[in-house]
Design a protein around this ligand. Sequence first.
Ligand code: HEC
Length: 129
Amino acid sequence: MNTPSSKSLINQDQNISLWRKFFLSMATAALLIFFWTIGSFKQDPFITETLSIQGEALSGSKLFKINCVGCHGISAQGFVGPDLHEATQDMSDKKIVNQVIRGLTPPMPSFEIEPESMADLLAYMHSLN
Ligand code: HEC
């Protein structure tokens, strides 16, 4: 029999399953955000490898002359791009690696580079100050 009270029971059931869906999707979203946050805190393996290598400033300076002088000047004194003599004091090595491989700040391009070469470039930049 369809009495008014049994009707309202059915509606309540539907409401509950709507809320259940809502909370389930919120929980899923929260989980996704959680894992995404953890992922972004995990250090990039390229950076980890680069920072574990002791670079050579001399070969770094050669790489610099080939790839970077057009914008940063023949002795890194600055041109289109900024002077890099203080770069290793102003920013962490990790940030410098990011700067070189990610192309985050156009017009500076991103470079596809081996960790060894990146370590050499870092050594060169450290030798500047
Ligand atoms: C096409 C021009 C260009 C080339 C080539 C280039 N850069 Fe840059 N670079 C820039 C510009 C412009 C900036 C400033 C970006 C900004 O912060 O707005 C910059 C910023 C930087 C910074 C950050 C400096 C600071 O104080 O914020 C570093 C480090 C750097 N470059 C290193 C390099 C290295 C190493 C190379 C070669 C592998 C290179 N760049 C090649 C244009 C260039």
